[in-house]
Design a protein around this ligand. Structure first.
Ligand code: ATP
Ligand code: MG
Length: 138
């Protein structure tokens, strides 16, 4: 079943010049780019996006980080897109990420971990709607 997921190239990776290399990994893995935009987001926008983590001790730092510089917002499509992107990303903490994953190659720390990917169908739907209007999904 063709499925859509939402992804972010996080500010650490954009800052380090890894945008093109990460897009190449996503392309090589067979994802179609449905929509893509580079943006700078505010801390409140980051807080809304990561609201499920609002009680976690790292929430404020995470939202400062996500609003610290430009990032790349994407909607991606393929068979089994949600699980396959999570596999391509690797573990949250790059120290635990498998060889060949995006986080293993490009992430610097558990917070500055290069890429986001939706973790389920309901969160993917929320996240796509949070950042993209229907007319942008082509
Ligand atoms: P994402 O949701 O960004 O795809 P994830 O699903 O692998 O990542 P989550 O548990 O949803 O991980 O955490 C969201 C983000 O919060 C992480 O990607 C990371 O940037 C940050 N984070 C998670 N755990 C920690 C931690 N212990 N310390 C600092 N930052 C953390
Ligand atoms: Mg997550």
């Amino acid at each position: 079943m063709t499925q859509r997921t939402f992804s972010i190239i996080k500010p650490d990776a954009v800052r380090k010049g890894y945008t093109g290399a990460i897009l190449a990994e996503i392309d090589k893995a067979g994802f179609k780019i449905v929509s893509l935009k580079k943006a700078s987001i505010s801390k409140p926008q980051a807080q809304g996006f990561y609201h499920v983590h609002s009680e976690r001790p790292f929430f404020s730092d995470l939202c400062d980080f996500m609003s610290s510089g430009p990032l790349v917002l994407m909607v991606l499509e393929k068979e089994n897109a949600i699980a396959d992107l999570r596999k391509l990303m690797g573990a949250t903490n790059p120290a635990n990420a498998e060889e060949g994953t995006i986080r293993k190659k490009f992430a610097g720390s558990i917070q500055e971990n290069a890429i986001h990917g939706s973790d389920a169908e309901d969160t993917a739907a929320f996240e796509i709607g949070y950042w993209f209007a229907g007319y942008e999904l082509v």
